[in-house]
Design a protein around this ligand. Structure first.
Ligand SMILES: [Zn+2]
Length: 609
């Protein structure tokens, strides 16, 4: 594998990269493979030989190929692939040591090592969401992380965000050009036949100088060229928009909007969401942008599913007998909202003796200790008071699973409306007895008084000090972030300094700092070493001393569970460091370029830790 592609931004399967050939391309990109000076060229169909440029040493050359129909017998494809290897054209490409691309049939993939994979018959997959999603996922899962995926002759402004969201790096202008010659006007919200348009919504040079009626009267050739120009300009505009959304970590929100342009695009998004492993492997642990949960697809977002899974698998509640269920608030983190301030005042001195859990759509249940954790403090969702069946089922399911796993002597539900209906359903199903304290609305004086007297009424309950409550928060975050057991290792004999939310965890020395912005822990060397025997989140490097960062080629091994933005420990023969991962662990092992870990602290060690 040659070092020509560096991924610089990741957002799910979408990525921004720098492709260094005879000129540099920023991906995702629109390429013109039939132009002679294109850095990516097609050596052509074997049915008809194409003339190659003289110097192809710094280009990606797509191997000779034969166009095949979508539905074809496997043995025919294999026969053809065998014949390619002996083809004179392929020998010529290999001999000139340029970078190679190959065309892969969507249904019969056996990709051999290459820098670029072009999805064959891609145009025929339009309107076939399942086939497109399956073939892209198969291809990406069976090729290296830093190879490029090119989908020819399928991109239009309306589908570009969905294609890039799936991990497509390269597209072309073929379809916008063809559409122009068919008198079809493209926008990112759909396509229109020219004679159906009353006015142009666009302000490009074609649209601002003509009306649809004027364009119709032009000779066919001139009209087609103008329409093709508008269509390709729109594709370019959409590409720049998509790249900006990747950079800001908001491509998912944009894709949820854009996929509405066609039912098959909405289906494609839903089918990708169903392939949870594919998306999870590529989803960062936090983003700096707000997560907008505006659509029904938002409930299936990996960030939300991951949070719910980790609460079930990694989280252990503090040893307290009384649970107080509270509704969410628009302001985040919940505890600084007006309503939660009222709840906290009502709980008064008993607050530290009770365990607070917030019920919320779309997050499910959020233990108070994890309220800062992405995306619990980073989402926004439309609030109407009406909860649809899917929301109720999801939130009710989260609460049910939580209460099946974690037992309490007393459960107070300070909830109203749909929250209460969900609680009553779960209470009945599990045969529990909840005390409801908010008949008059959660912030009504009478309700708050009832909450206060309910928590003060329990006797012989487990108690904890305010200091222990702070330590419980750091314990919960450590378990959530590094896996069960990490909390015990980090907080054993520890204490917390500094006011909420800028908690610092100390033992003899400082072990970790809570980063309020994302709710995660940043480790010190001592903190990282405390997690020494804890499995996971390790990156192994060779016998060298890195400085500010670890580059992917320097990584010998990495925990495949590491995700972008995870806190990781880096171990070398005589080196130990802690820092933030910029790529997933499996990518660190595959990529030939790019920063794998940004180091925060490091030290030389005499022996391997
Ligand atoms: Zn235009």
């Amino acid at each position: 594998m040659t070092k020509i592609f560096e991924i610089t931004h990741r957002d799910g399967a979408a990525r921004i990269g720098k492709l260094s050939l005879d000129r540099e391309l920023s991906t995702p990109a629109i390429i013109q493979i039939h132009e002679k000076d294109s850095p990516i060229i097609d050596s052509g169909s074997l049915w008809q030989r194409t003339e190659m440029p003289e110097d192809i040493s710094k280009k990606i050359v797509i191997s000779p190929h034969k166009s095949l129909p979508l539905h074809i017998e496997v043995d025919i494809i294999e026969q053809l692939q065998t014949s390619f290897d002996t083809g004179a054209a392929l020998q010529q490409i290999k001999a000139s040591s340029c970078h190679t691309g190959i065309i892969v049939h969507p249904f019969h993939q056996k990709p051999i090592e290459a820098d670029l994979y072009a999805l064959g018959c891609a145009k025929q997959l339009e309107n076939h969401a399942r086939d497109l999603v399956n073939s892209i996922i198969n291809l990406k899962e069976n090729t290296r992380a830093d190879s490029l995926l090119y989908v020819p002759a399928l991109a239009k402004p309306e589908n570009l965000s969905v294609l890039v969201y799936m991990g497509v790096d390269l597209v072309d202008e073929t379809l916008p050009m063809i559409k122009g010659y068919h008198d079809i006007y493209l926008t990112n919200s759909g396509e229109y036949h020219l004679d159906r348009l009353h006015e142009f919504p666009c302000a490009c040079d074609v649209c601002s100088c003509n009306t649809p009626q004027e364009l119709i009267k032009l000779p066919k050739k001139e009209r087609s060229e103008l329409l093709s120009r508008h269509n390709t300009l729109k594709l370019g505009e959409e590409m720049r928009t998509v790249r900006e959304f990747i950079r800001s970590g908001q491509l998912r929100e944009y894709t949820e909007r854009q996929c509405r342009a066609r039912p098959w695009l909405t289906a494609a998004l839903r089918l990708i969401d169903a392939e949870s492993t594919f998306i999870e492997k590529r989803t960062p642990i936090f983003r700096s942008s707000t997560l907008y949960a505006n659509t029904s697809e938002s409930l299936n977002r990996m960030e939300i599913r991951r949070f719910a899974e980790r609460v079930m698998e990694r989280y252990t509640p503090p040893e307290l007998d009384t649970l107080v269920l509270l509704p969410c608030s628009a302001k985040k983190p919940y505890s600084i909202s007006l309503s939660h301030q009222k709840f906290i005042n009502a709980l008064g001195k008993y607050r530290k003796y009770v365990h607070e859990v917030i019920i919320t759509s779309p997050m499910g249940v959020v233990p108070r200790e994890l309220e800062l954790m992405y995306p619990a403090a980073h989402y926004d969702t439309p609030v109407t008071g009406y909860w649809d069946r899917e929301e109720r089922a999801w939130v009710g399911g989260c609460l049910r699973s939580y209460l099946q796993k974690n037992k309490y002597k007393n459960i107070i539900a300070h909830v109203h409306g749909a929250y209460r209906e969900i609680c009553e359903e779960v209470e009945k199903e599990l045969g529990l007895g909840f005390v409801y304290t908010a008949d008059d609305g959660v912030t009504a004086r009478s309700a708050l008084e009832k909450l206060g007297s309910a928590v003060s009424g329990f006797e012989n309950i487990n108690k904890r000090s305010g200091e222990e409550a702070k330590l419980d928060m750091m314990h919960a975050i450590a378990d959530y972030q590094f896996g069960k057991g990490a909390g015990d290792m980090l907080t054993d004999g520890g204490f917390v300094r500094a006011p909420y939310p800028k908690f610092q965890l100390f033992a003899e020395k400082q072990l970790a700092t809570l980063i309020p912005q994302y709710g995660t822990l940043a480790l010190t060397i001592e903190g990282g070493q405390r997690l020494g025997i804890h499995e996971g989140y390790r990156v192994k490097i060779g016998d060298f001393t890195p400085h500010s960062s670890i580059l992917a080629p320097g990584v010998e091994d990495a925990d495949p569970g590491i995700r972008p933005n995870d806190e990781v420990m880096v171990e070398g023969e005589r080196f130990f460091g802690v820092g933030r991962a910029l790529m997933s662990g499996w990518e660190m092992k595959e990529c030939a370029k790019g920063v794998a870990v940004e180091l925060r602290h490091s030290k030389q060690t005499e022996i391997n830790i």
